[in-house]
Design a protein around this ligand. Structure first.
Ligand code: B4P
Length: 193
């Protein structure tokens, strides 16, 4: 099994690179953002509750997303490994993920962290908002609130995995191909080890 966290602020390219990485390595893609948007689209109770947080640029409560990830791990016992995209986003989510994997005699192999400047993030997300139909991408105030949430709560995730020497920083600006190649080089190094 190879378990990877793709980490970075909102708009850093996690979703974009995840699509390519799962095709390349045959990992199961687990994106909490996608799972939440699917709940919203199906107008489930969970989706209705999550939408209010997402529309304000806030994180959805830990117990909700941890429950979704637990179910997704249970539903994929045959996976060759998982690519966690947008999860974990808090210290509590990191600890919960480590525990869920440990129950399966698994662990995170590497955290690849995309680095992008704040102005570039805002530009990308406003640009995506023109076509995505995502309400959290159309308002600059909400986008900046998401970045504040990231610094307040999510950067702790990198600190958590740094303690285990699992974090690799990757420059997230430049062409999508170049960034993908840099991510693959790190994965290949670890898979060969
Ligand atoms: P997510 O769905 O995780 O999305 P994201 O952080 O906005 O974006 P991502 O980094 O995936 O960006 P992308 O590749 O698409 O989260 C949305 C919300 O859900 C959160 O705010 C939160 O409320 C909630 N949520 C999700 N997970 C949660 C959790 N674990 N706990 C609590 N709440 C949670 O790239 C963005 C844009 O940039 C795209 O338009 C792309 O085309 C462009 N782009 C990508 N790479 C580029 C490059 N190299 N150059 C130029 N443009 C590029």
């Amino acid at each position: 099994m190879f378990n990877l966290i793709l980490f970075g602020p909102p708009g850093s390219g996690k979703g974009t690179q995840s699509e390519r990485l799962i095709a390349q390595y045959g990992l199961k893609h687990l994106s909490t953002g996608d799972l939440l948007r699917s709940e919203i689209a199906h107008q489930t109770q969970l989706g209705l509750e999550a939408k209010a947080f997402m529309d304000r640029g806030e994180l959805v409560p830990d117990e909700v997303v941890i429950g979704m990830i637990r179910s997704a791990l249970d539903a994929n016992p045959q996976a060759k490994g998982f690519l966690f995209d947008g999860f974990p986003r808090t210290q509590a989510q990191s600890e919960a993920l480590d525990a869920l994997l440990a129950q399966r005699n698994e662990a995170i192999n590497v955290v690849l962290a995309l680095e992008v400047s704040e102005e570039e993030l805002v530009k990308r997300l406003l640009n995506r908002g023109l076509t995505s139909g995502r309400s959290d991408d159309t308002n600059e105030e909400v986008i900046r609130a998401r970045i504040v949430e990231y610094h307040k709560k999510t950067s702790a995730v990198a600190d958590h995995y740094r303690k285990f020497d699992k974090v690799v920083m990757i420059k997230g600006e430049g062409s999508i191909d170049d960034i993908f190649n840099a991510l693959c080089a790190e994965i290949n190094k670890r898979q060969a080890a």
